[in-house]
Design a protein around this ligand. Structure first.
Ligand code: RUQ
Ligand code: CUA
Length: 768
């Protein structure tokens, strides 16, 4: 009770101010909830730090790898609410990804040696940088299993490009960007021959290779340029994570490695397994690469072509001062460059220390030509002691390090200890430790990879959840734990289960740096970011059927979707036709997405406002194939439907009209017209409100008003048709068109009311 009372005063003092000791608190409701749910004061404080009331926004947006789901998970901090899964390497029906023709073309770029690869093992996302700061424009992520990188444009959170590494057979250490996103860096992992043919394992040392690839990024085009990208060939040392230099170390990059023993297992051949041979030596090698020098050599034609890619041969890299090695402690994992670019921190999984390397000392050794020798490939090795600033004992299984906003302060994950260590890398002092649950891999601070990290929060990306959540079978979710790092002591705030693959790494950006669009320009091909050749305007919808000389026929539809109908509502094709359907969403209102699903054809599109999406399939069976909208977009969403009729070859329609379900009379028509007149009065009132306010100053409202004006225009057309039918005493058509006129009015009113509410809530001013 005493605790609860203290909390009450704490919360009133903290958040509410003494004057409004609100009723819930005064009534002791908070005390009761705390008691019933067994919450401590610390719990309530953590809740207050993370709870985000309805309509509230997060301060940071996180892009988390989705692991082997091949997607990216987007969530907010501090609320830890999941906002989106971005489809990247894996088909994802909600977004139509891998179902519409436009995104199929993106997935097709990711074919490996001609084969469709319909998943990815995503590891490390990276946000594009300008001058070492996250700029919120693009996101990159690697696929470890199939050595690929994807480009996601953050103006619409869609995957635009997938590039396949021409020479690797796996690729873990990526994606990492240089300070101005000149290059996206990825490193190979399991050494393999660069060529695609068979090379026996007996030739491992001679023919198997690793490497570090520099993918050239063209920011204007928003695409990677494979022809301007190059790979620095490296020894078969199982390169691991990388990081780009910045500030004084700009132009250099750093990649660690494991299994520099070059050990090849083979239990079935009677050889000790990989794990024994790959951790036998006490040290592995930190690879230090002068990428600017490599770029010069590439431009000077010193690279060779392998599988169409540009490769700087290992002997050239060694001789020309591109590649250097420095011993690093046993099985390291993670190399993290300090915000000022002066230090690199590396930890060894099988050692209790973290090593702080000094870029200045490394450069001094290189300049002096002071090496302790060369590796078997002729790569100069810099002496360990000559290059380090400090070595600090942290705990068991140190992995990754993140930098705080406070100078010299870092956080390192301790995998075996299941802890985070906070320490000072300038002085080499451990400051604090916190237990996490369980087996932390990466950790991530806000804007942690930038030149100016924000600190504030840390997310611990745990490999295991074990008993943290309600059980859901043998396959558990992963656990992201939010830690408050604003004070001297780290405080655990929140556990978030992530039920989608094994997220390896994540990056967090200030939410206000992201400026995503709410709609596309009309008729937009979002995957190519240009007006679609299939853009269709209202009233221009059409279906064509054409056959070529050899009798192959195509039924092609240029259609539209808008609340609450798909045009066309009937598509006629003949068996064997290739059917192509292009649909443009005519809406401009925020969030008025329509879907398009069809029976038995593996068709599911997501058509956001302004977007044009296409689907192509062969109608190889006769039959009736209903289609409909898959988003509950309006009161008449269920009526947003139609039929694909796949007719026998040479089918002729029977004489006689459609069978009507109901016969309408003049009384029905008159009643409907009266309703319409009343509805128009409501619309007029709303219009008067909007136009008497400065609605032009609110882009959201302008979009709504444009849509409403469209709908009202359609209403006018339907009204004319109704009146023409009525003049001919065709009450059937008069009534149906009068009803359609009303449907358009209802949509107009709905949009108008949304606009009015928005204006009221956002302080619009009266102008006349
Ligand atoms: S991984 S737990 Cu970055 Cu792929 Cu370290
Ligand atoms: Cu459109 Cu439901």
């Amino acid at each position: 009770m005493r605790t609860a009372r203290k909390t009450l005063s704490l919360l009133t003092g903290l958040a509410l101010g003494a004057s409004c000791a609100g009723s819930a608190l005064a009534d002791g409701q908070l005390d009761k909830v705390m008691k019933d749910r067994g919450l401590t004061e610390k719990d309530v404080l953590a809740a207050a730090k993370t709870y985000t009331p309805t309509g509230g926004r997060d301060e940071y947006i996180v892009f988390s790898s989705g692991g082997q789901s091949g997607q990216i998970i987007v969530y907010g901090i501090p609320s830890m609410r999941i906002l989106k899964y971005v489809a990247v390497f894996t088909p994802e029906p909600w977004q139509g990804y891998g179902f519409d023709d436009e995104s199929k073309a993106v997935l097709d770029q990711g074919k490996v040696r001609g084969k469709d690869i319909l998943y990815g093992d995503t590891h490390h996302p990276a946000i594009s940088e300008t001058d070492g700061e996250y700029d919120g424009q693009f996101l990159f992520i690697n696929d470890k299993a199939n050595p690929r990188v994807a480009v996601i444009d953050l103006h619409d959170f869609e995957t635009k490009q997938i590039v396949v590494n021409p020479v690797y057979k796996s690729q873990h250490g990526g994606a990492f960007v240089t300070p101005n996103t000149e290059y996206v860096i990825t490193a190979a992992q399991y050494a393999a021959p660069f060529e695609n043919g068979f090379v026996p394992l007996e030739e491992f040392n001679d023919k198997y290779r690793g490497g570090v690839t520099y993918w050239k990024f063209n920011r204007e085009k928003g695409r990677i340029e494979p022809e301007n990208s190059f790979t620095v060939e490296a020894p078969p040392y199982s390169q691991d994570l990388s990081d780009a230099g910045k500030g004084p170390s700009d132009g250099w990059s750093f990649t660690n490695s494991f299994c520099s023993e070059r050990y090849v297992g083979g239990i079935e051949r009677g050889r000790p397994p990989f794990e024994a041979g790959c951790s036998a030596k006490d040290t592995d090698f930190l690879h230090v690469i002068n990428w600017r020098k490599a770029e010069e050599l590439f431009k000077a034609g010193k690279t060779v072509k392998i599988n169409g890619g540009n490769v700087l041969p290992l002997d050239v890299a060694a001789k020309e001062g591109v590649l250097f090695l420095i011993p690093e402690v046993k099985s390291p994992h993670g190399v993290d460059v300090s915000p000022d670019g002066k230090y690199m921190i590396v930890s060894g999984k099988l050692d209790t220390h973290a090593t702080v390397y000094s870029f200045e000392k490394i450069q001094a050794a290189i300049k002096a030509g002071k090496f302790e020798g060369k590796d078997p490939y002729g790569v100069p090795i810099i002496n360990f002691q000559d290059s380090i600033h400090k070595q600090v004992e942290l705990g068991l299984g140190p992995l990754h390090t993140q930098y705080d906003s406070k100078e010299c302060i870092v956080y390192t994950s301790l995998y075996v200890d299941s802890m985070v260590a906070k320490w000072n890398y300038c002085e080499g002092k451990v400051l604090d430790k916190i237990s996490i649950h369980y087996n932390i891999g990466h950790l991530m601070a806000m804007e942690g990879d930038s030149r100016s990290p924000d600190g504030k929060y840390l997310v611990s990306l745990n490999k295991l959840a074990i008993d943290r959540f309600n059980p859901v079978g043998p396959l558990h979710p992963q656990n992201h734990q939010l830690i408050d790092i604003s004070g001297d002591k780290m405080e655990l705030l929140y556990d978030m289960p992530l039920p989608l693959g094994e997220p390896h790494y994540a990056v967090a950006i200030k939410a206000d740096k992201l400026k995503p669009e709410v709609r596309y320009k009309s008729g937009w091909n979002s995957r190519e970011d240009k007006v679609s050749e299939f853009k269709t305007r209202a009233g221009r919808e059409k279906t064509e059927r054409n056959c070529d000389a050899s009798g192959n026929c195509t039924t092609e539809v240029w259609g539209t979707v808008i609340r609450s109908h798909i045009t066309p509502e009937i598509i006629e094709a003949q068996v064997g036709d290739t059917v192509k359907i292009h649909l443009t969403n005519l809406e401009r209102a925020e969030d008025e997405v329509h879907g398009f699903a069809m029976y038995g054809q593996n068709v599911q599109l997501s058509i956001e406002p302004g977007k044009t999406s296409s689907t192509t399939f062969v109608a190889d069976q006769e039959g009736v194939f209903p289609y409909y909208c898959t988003e509950f977009c309006s009161a008449l969403h269920l009526e947003m439907q139609g039929y694909l009729l796949v007719q026998p070859k040479g089918y002729q329609a029977k004489a006689g009209g459609m069978q009507e379900g109901v016969a309408y009379t003049q009384a029905d028509y008159d009643k409907q017209v009266k309703t319409n007149v009343d509805t128009q009065a409501v619309i007029d009132q709303v219009v008067a409100y909007i136009t008497s306010h400065n609605y032009q100053d609110f882009p959201t409202v302008v979009g709504l008003v444009e849509d409403a004006t469209d709908q009202l225009g359609f209403a006018k057309g339907a009204k004319e048709k109704a009146e023409a039918a009525a003049a001919k005493q065709d009450w059937q058509n008069a009534m149906l068109w009068a009803n359609q006129w009303w449907q358009y009015q209802v949509k107009t009113a709905d949009l108008g009311l949304r606009a009015k509410t928005f204006l009221e809530q956002n302080g619009a001013k009266k102008i006349k």
